[in-house]
Design a protein around this ligand. Structure first.
Ligand SMILES: Cc1cc2nc3c(=O)[nH]c(=O)nc-3n(C[C@H](O)[C@H](O)[C@H](O)COP(=O)(O)O)c2cc1C
Length: 182
């Protein structure tokens, strides 16, 4: 059975309005993006028509490390993983770089088959931006609870997201420390 590829309209409408950057992909094929919201466009400088239908690796570039790419790859290609968060160097449309802390979660049906991956991008380039993670994550958490509720009407569920988000502040602090030690 091929995966459901049409994002329910009410879910799409909700995601479009969120203040946190959000992107959704299919799980089939090369996982093309099916939608990005305005906050994603503001962060990356891309318009939806630049990115929808393409894989989100388009944000990566020359200085993106193989290790960070591999972690994303392992998540994307392991259907057993529910949710995760990954630091990766990304590039905006204008070529400027930013340190992205990407959250990803699978939306699954009652049989456990994933139909979509929902991702959220957070710019952690500067200390000031990093200090905003609690605000960002409170909004992300809220958005995911709503997505869970709307998704349920369509038989779609998420697992493990709340834990990943609540662990993120500590993980980000650790990442920052590691960077400072280098
Ligand atoms: C919905 C979704 C959003 C993603 N967002 C990002 C992102 O913001 N930045 C990034 O570098 N990779 C992102 N990725 C990961 C890449 O698209 C890709 O899965 C990753 O580079 C590993 O696969 P590859 O080895 O085939 O490139 C996202 C993936 C998905 C499915």
């Amino acid at each position: 059975m091929s995966a459901q590829t049409e994002l329910p309209a009410s879910l799409r409408a909700y995601l479009e309005k969120s203040n946190v950057a959000l992107a959704v992909s299919e799980t089939d094929g090369d996982m093309p993006l099916t939608m990005v919201n305005a906050a994603f466009c503001e962060l990356t400088g891309y318009d939806p028509e630049d990115v929808v239908g393409r894989n989100c690796r388009l944000l990566q570039g020359p200085e993106t490390s193989d290790d960070s790419r591999r972690a994303l790859h392992d998540f994307a290609h392991d259907p057993a993983q529910d949710a995760g968060r990954f630091p990766v160097l990304n590039y905006r449309k204008d070529g400027s770089s930013f340190h992205n802390y990407v959250f990803m979660t699978r939306l699954r049906d009652s049989r456990g088959t994933a139909h979509f991956i929902l991702a959220s991008q957070f710019d952690m380039t500067t200390a000031l931006q990093r200090s905003q993670i609690r605000v960002n994550d409170a909004e992300l958490h809220h958005a995911l609870s709503d997505v869970e509720q709307i998704g349920r009407e369509f038989g779609l569920a998420m697992v493990g997201s709340a834990q990943i988000i609540s662990d993120s502040v500590a993980t980000l602090a650790r990442l920052t420390l590691d960077e400072d030690r280098r």
